[in-house]
Design a protein. Structure first.
Length: 108
């Protein structure tokens, strides 16, 4: 099972390239543990974080301060649960200067 993401800049109608993203896993009694990281490519995608996912809680941390100049949301955290480790989980993030939207998508 893989976790993938894509960042779309809705203000400019383009994929958001070069956005640093961290993938964390929640360990009961210990808190969040980083299990992967990457930087979005020219299509705004990260197609793998380097580790197969197991069931549990995950968090994607998007460093928007590295992408936008003086962002209103300098960091965006998306927490989600993986139940079925046989399915790929794709989490697209659509951003604009003063809003963002996230949903469960399907990788291409």
């Amino acid at each position: 099972m893989m976790i993938t993401t894509q960042v779309l800049d809705t203000a400019h109608g383009l994929p958001a390239a070069r956005v640093p993203v961290e993938l964390d896993y929640f360990v009961t009694g210990f808190g969040w543990k980083e299990v992967g990281h990457g930087i979005t490519n020219a299509e705004g995608r990260i197609t793998e974080f380097g580790e197969l996912a197991v069931p549990g809680l995950y968090r994607l941390m998007f460093d928007m301060a590295a992408y936008q100049n003086q962002p209103f949301f300098p960091s965006i955290a998306i927490v989600f649960e993986v139940g079925d480790p046989t399915q790929t989980v794709h989490i697209p993030l659509a951003v604009s200067p003063f809003s963002y939207s996230v949903y469960r998508g399907y990788p291409e």
